[in-house]
Write a protein that binds this ligand. Structure first.
Ligand code: NDP
Length: 456
């Protein structure tokens, strides 16, 4: 039997429990989606008490149901001539603030519930940026790891051969996520262009700089994560400089988070991939890491083979490594209650989620009870999608901006999100509660736009 609360997460207000019960009933087995909805609903009690018309108009029930969900077959041929079948998804969640916007994830773990959790988060994240973008997410259970470039290309072409009819610069604008970087976006864009006979640059973001991409987009999620963590530190009278930082993952978000932490004077002592983690007391050598991960596409253990100050750990948990600042930048539910307890014991001050929902509800509770500053992903990692919106602006005006200008816009956006989250939390008498501030602020923006547009 399902209940309206988990044993470790925060409680959902009585007035909203029927909404959560209905989400569980209509979406059986989609645990990550349940978790993401529960986390938002648990914040909304005070909001609906202040604005009871959100309840009367059933705004939350509407938001828990995506506007459109697309599931399709993706057949392709591997290098051995064998036909392979994957499943493709696009969940177009909410378009009240702008065209659906959110990344594509290619990873064997992707199920409909994964895409729905990510899409649900994306609605509120995008609202927090203050930019005109709705929420959506997509992907496939295709695993690019170990596949040749030609196989990845054939898969992307087949994926886009179905997806293209649902996209458009005013309709739905995907980007990258786990397993989807510049290479995949290139193949996807090429196929879109070929099928539609239109050079519609604003239909995908994360493009190469030579063909409509934005400077600083590649760096944006990682940099934005660190800008936000820096704002949290400053607000609490702390600093990143001189402190030890652990960053999980070694993909797009992690690499550029490491770069920005290092630039701001922090020392990143560990990072990881799904095969294990490396500890480097001298601080991660970014050039080596980029070469191994971005150029050679090798496993993280290779780093320790080429760097004498580093060791590779293939079992155990990266969160055992002591640090004052933790930036989980790999995947959902990678940091649980036990890991959180260890981090707190080791003197943690700040956690900022570079990934989407990397901390379990139990971990978040441990952090909050211990007085650790906790920044949720929908605020912390919003810099990626915000810079995607800046890429769309450049495409619409046939313009390209400098790195410095774009990066400054990103930093300003992250500052504004931080202000917005902090002031919303204070307004509701919950100073320092970034989870509440992000959920209440993002939700209110979307809800008000929905109400203005009638029953949609
Ligand atoms: P990448 O594919 O570039 O990198 C993902 C990294 O996380 C890799 O190092 C990968 O290791 C590791 N990882 C993935 N799954 C697992 C797992 N189950 N256990 C341990 N490690 C794992 O993805 P991104 O950096 O783009 O995305 C990382 C996170 O950030 C995701 O949660 C994504 O949704 C979120 N995000 C990304 C944005 C972006 O702009 N890219 C924007 C906002 C959020 P391995 O290679 O071994 O799989």
């Amino acid at each position: 039997m399902t209940t309206a609360t988990t044993s470790t997460g925060p409680a959902i207000d009585q007035s909203l429990q029927h909404v959560y019960a209905e989400v569980l009933r209509r979406n059986p087995g989609e645990h990550e989606f349940h978790q993401a909805v529960e986390e938002v609903l648990a914040s909304l009690g005070p909001v609906v008490r202040r604005h009871p018309h959100y309840l009367a108009e059933r705004v939350i029930e509407r938001l828990c149901e995506p506007e459109r969900q697309i599931i399709f077959r993706v057949p392709w041929t591997d290098d051995a001539g064998q036909v392979q079948i994957n499943r493709g998804f696009r969940v177009e969640y909410s378009s009240v603030l702008g065209p659906y916007k959110g990344g594509l994830r290619f990873h064997p773990s992707v199920l409909l519930g994964t895409v729905k959790f990510l899409g649900f988060e994306q609605i509120f994240k995008n609202a927090l940026t203050g930019l005109p973008i709705g929420g959506g997410k997509g992907g496939s259970d295709f695993d690019p790891k170990g596949r040749s470039d030609a196989e990845v290309m054939r898969f992307c072409q087949s994926f886009m051969t179905e997806l293209y009819r649902h996209l458009g610069e005013y309709t739905d604008v995907p980007a990258g996520d786990i397993g989807v970087g510049g290479r995949e976006i290139g193949y996807l864009f090429g196929q879109y262009k070929r099928i539609t006979n239109r050079y519609e640059a604003g239909v995908l973001t994360g493009k190469g700089l030579a063909w409509g991409g934005s400077r600083a987009r590649k760096e944006a999620t990682g940099y934005g994560t660190v800008y936000f963590a820096n704002e949290m530190a400053r607000h609490a009278g702390l600093s990143l400089a001189g402190h030890d930082v652990v960053v999980s993952g070694s993909g797009n978000v992690a690499i550029y988070a490491i770069e920005k932490v290092t630039e701001l004077g922090g020392r990143v002592v560990a990072c990881s991939d799904s095969s294990g983690y490396v500890v480097d007391e001298r601080g991660i050598d970014l050039d080596l890491l980029k070469d191994i991960k971005e150029v050679r596409r090798e496993r993280i253990g290779q780093y320790a083979k080429e760097r004498t100050s580093a060791r590779f750990v293939d079992r155990g948990c990266i969160w055992d490594v002591p640090c004052e600042i933790a930036l989980p930048c790999a995947t959902q539910n990678e940091l649980d209650e036990e890991a959180a307890t260890t981090l707190v014991k080791n003197g943690l001050d700040i956690v900022a989620e570079g990934a989407n929902m990397p901390c379990t509800p139990g971990a978040v509770r441990v952090f909050q009870e211990a007085g650790v500053l906790f920044g949720p992903g929908k605020a912390v990692n919003a810099g990626g999608v915000a810079t995607s919106a800046l890429e769309m602006q450049q495409n619409a005006s046939r313009d390209t901006w400098t790195f410095e200008y774009t990066d400054n816009r990103l930093a300003a956006i992250m500052h504004n999100i931080h202000e917005r989250v902090v002031s919303t939390a204070e307004d509701y008498g919950r100073p320092g509660d970034y989870v509440f501030g992000a959920n209440a602020s993002g939700f209110t923006a979307v809800a008000d736009a929905m109400l203005a547009m009638g029953v949609i």
